[in-house]
Design a protein around this ligand. Sequence first.
Ligand code: ZN
Ligand code: ZN
Ligand code: FE
Length: 756
Amino acid sequence: MGESLSTFKIRIIGLVQGVGFRPFVYRIALQNSLLGTVDNRNDGVIIEINATKNQCDKFVYQIDNQAPQASVIERIEINEIPNKQFPDFRIIKSDNNEIRDEITEVSPDIAVCDACIEDVKSQKHRINYLLTNCTHCGPRFTIIKQLPYDRPNTTMADFKLCEICHDEYTNVMDRRFHAQPVACNSCGPIYKLYSNGNIETNVDSIICEMATIIDNGGIIAVKGVGGYHIVCSALQSEAVNRIRAIKQRDAKPMAVMYANEDALLKYAYADSSQLELLNSWRRPIVLLKAKYKFHKSVSSGFTTVGSVLPYMPLHYALFEQCNSDAIVLTSANIAGAPIIIDDNIAVSFFADKVDAVITYGREIHNRVDDSVAYTVNNSPRLIRRSRSFAPSPIRINFDVDGILAVGAELVNTFCLGRKKQAIPSQHIGDLKNAETLEFYQESIERYSDLFKFKARAIACDLHPDYMSSKYAAQQNIELVKVQHHHAHMASCMLENNISDNVIGIILDGTGLGIDGNIWGGEFLFGDYSNFERISHFSYIPLPGGDMVTKEPWRTAISYLYKVYGRDLLDLDIPLIHEIGKDKISFLIAMIEKGINSPLSSSAGRLFDAVAALTGICINSSFHAEAPMRLQDVITSENISESYSYSVDGSTINFDIMIQEIVSDLSNNMELGVISQKFHNTIIAVSINMCQEISMTKGCNKVVLSGGVFQNDFLSSKLETQLTNKGFDVYVHNKVPANDAGISLGQIAIAAHKLRN
Ligand code: ZN
Ligand code: ZN
Ligand code: FE
């Protein structure tokens, strides 16, 4: 009382576009009877209000605490400015082009919110309208063709709003104010079910039929947010095997969607950090320890299960009708090709393969897969960054404008640089697949159009044979070649905003080194501009080259040969009997003559070798199966023993460890114990190297990157122990530690090299 009003300028920085932030601010201002304006600009949301200091603080507090679920407030700046008068509170469109760049941020897709699920049950014009959404939820990136994010620029352009929807769309107090995809039963796209040549369009019948098919052990292709899924009961192994037959070559564990959190906890263990991730608006698939022993057709024999909660109205409606409370939900991608998004292709391709195909009339413009996450020491990590993450930028503290980073080869992503933002693409896939390569090129074009991006330089991997490197070479633009593991290190530095020197522990599958060998067990020191390779796992020939990833036994034999020479043939361990002496002798000849046996220091290959040596995984049917199985056999966490290794100059030698493992195998030691001792060895080596580098370089910062860090046992123990030893440990939270993170590292390195 009596306190005079001042004018405050409040700037909110973060992901605040396309998520209903301005109407939200408007409603809070109205609640507090404040006069002023709110404006959405490229550098953030700008609010000006007349208020007392207390009113302003309360207003900002409410904004910070009640913000729409999909917004991310990174920073709020409050400044008092010269007094202004406002007649009311309004949302303005600033017309000053100097301060108002076009809005160039695109929100990722958002899981349906609780209020919309409620509307589907109670709102007259939306009863069972399964494409219901509001300003706080629904599709975004998947439907946008062009900026700005307005309905005519989305795949909803052809659907004219009915009067009721139009009222909602234009009423600032309504939850659907400016919700671009808003629609209802009378004006929106509809679901259709195709089966046996019939088309069903009644939504109640569709849900009923869908539930019946699933409960009776059938399979269905159903359109999701970013592409088609194939679904069936998770408890009917014959149905799951039918899905596997359709997908071909895919022996990976399947993800399971549960009716709700209670159902999930029946089948899997989840702690509070995992539940938070599962329930977040991004609804990723989260890897959990299974409580229920799923059939091998679902789990591929793993003790974990990829778990996800419903995120579309259809999912909720289905579980209300279905007796099954756990369904397999797997992306409809065939033999490594991208996930199917086209309705005509889906209907014709699946017609004779599934029991029903369910489509809806809103076109998917940008394809996204389900994102996949896990937790390490209660913090979320990504394996696949796609739905509900892309195309969010990563804000950094230097300029990467005009740089296109084309990424690696497997689990590829690319990355665009816009001023101080790196924009990684969604998960693209394996570029060796021709259709995936097409998707890759199309996506680079689409991102370039969408973000009005023109590359002035391209960053690519050192490996000339990667399809991404070939693509880069064809573009006739200044090219910066980046060593793969330097890129891993830089990727982790960039997302943690570190610019000075770091120790990089890079445990990875493959990547071409500057000496022409294949690297992957690397201890680096450096920054974005330069790096030194301080030490690495000792080189081992990989007889058969690329074949070793599918046949880990080859790498195991190579390690045995290094230790025992030809005497390895006399070892009395299962691997030797299983492969047979003829095949092994042939392999030895290859190694001795150096035929197709490139040298590698890869950590991933060492994991492969130990998985094969122990008989846990001799042949691999999907990427990284061997290390995943090796980790999966660990049953308790309290074995502290490890194996021996030696350090010879800059090489780390595991010969003694191989001997000790052979001896443990001969003594019939439990495989879980052997595996754990092996993991402990890798942890011990890493800490040891870190301490040595830290002593000589006087550096305390460690970044962990590379595909091997998807191993949560290794990650959690190493992070904890390094932290306990006083290191500042930085890990990947924003992009995956695997090769999906490479493009982010490439862009950072290229920006620095171009500057010098
Ligand atoms: Zn909603
Ligand atoms: Zn309508
Ligand atoms: Fe890699």
